[in-house]
Design a protein around this ligand. Structure first.
Ligand SMILES: Nc1ncnc2c1ncn2[C@@H]1O[C@H](COP(=O)(O)OP(=O)(O)O)[C@@H](O)[C@H]1O
Ligand SMILES: O=C(O)C1=C[C@@H](OP(=O)(O)O)[C@@H](O)[C@H](O)C1
Ligand SMILES: [Mg+2]
Length: 171
């Protein structure tokens, strides 16, 4: 079994956290949700951090955590805003393939119904359409592998990721 990590990137609501833990069990790797690492570092929820410091500060903190945390031999669920840091994305690439969970806008809108309290790292009031359009090119730019995030149940998405990783010799 490869010692490399698998990095999940994608829109908020793509299923990075839900799918990631199932994928980690399947691959016998650790599971790390970088949102949890960030919360532990600042000892507050991401929403509280956003309320106190603003979305640019959260993006900077996320970039710091992604470039410095121990993320080896793990499935790593990143936050949706991780792609705003080029240095973080390049560091993650050294750990293993970056798998883009590709979610349609309509699915994102159906899954994110608590936008005001979900802690998105974007200017308050930004619509999901705007966030989607701004970020899609970034996920595409950094994706080593792309898998549909709304192509079935979480278990089916996990299977699709495993198939792609196996085909590429990553597991
Ligand atoms: N394959 C799936 N099909 C349907 N709903 C899903 C799927 N994967 C995740 N979800 C749901 O979408 C929401 C967002 O999932 P989450 O794992 O928190 O996404 P992310 O970490 O990418 O923001 C949750 O309510 C979760 O249960
Ligand atoms: O897309 C975003 O701006 C964010 C998504 C969140 O993670 P998920 O992608 O797991 O929801 C979290 O990192 C933070 O609240 C910012
Ligand atoms: Mg998540």
């Amino acid at each position: 079994m490869s010692e490399s990590s698998v990095i999940l990137i994608g829109m908020p609501g793509a299923g990075k956290s839900t799918t990631g833990v199932l994928l980690a069990k399947r691959l016998a790797k650790a599971f790390i949700d970088t949102d949890i690492l960030i919360q532990q570092q600042v000892d507050m929820t991401l929403q509280d951090y956003l309320n106190q410091h603003g979305y640019m500060a959260l993006r900077e903190l996320e970039a710091d955590v992604l470039t410095s945390a121990s993320l080896e031999n793990a499935v790593v669920a990143t936050g949706g805003s991780a792609v705003y840091s080029d240095s973080a994305m390049r560091r993650l690439a050294t750990l293993g393939p970056r798998v883009f969970l590709d979610l349609k806008l309509s699915s994102m809108q159906a899954r994110i119904h608590n936008q005001a309290t979900r802690g998105l790292a974007s200017q308050p009031g930004t619509t999901l359409e705007t966030i989607f359009a701004e970020r899609l090119p970034l996920y595409r730019q950094y994706a080593d592998i792309t898998v549909a995030a709304d192509g079935g149940t979480a278990e089916e998405v996990v299977q699709a990721i495993v198939d792609r990783l196996s085909a590429g010799g990553s597991v």
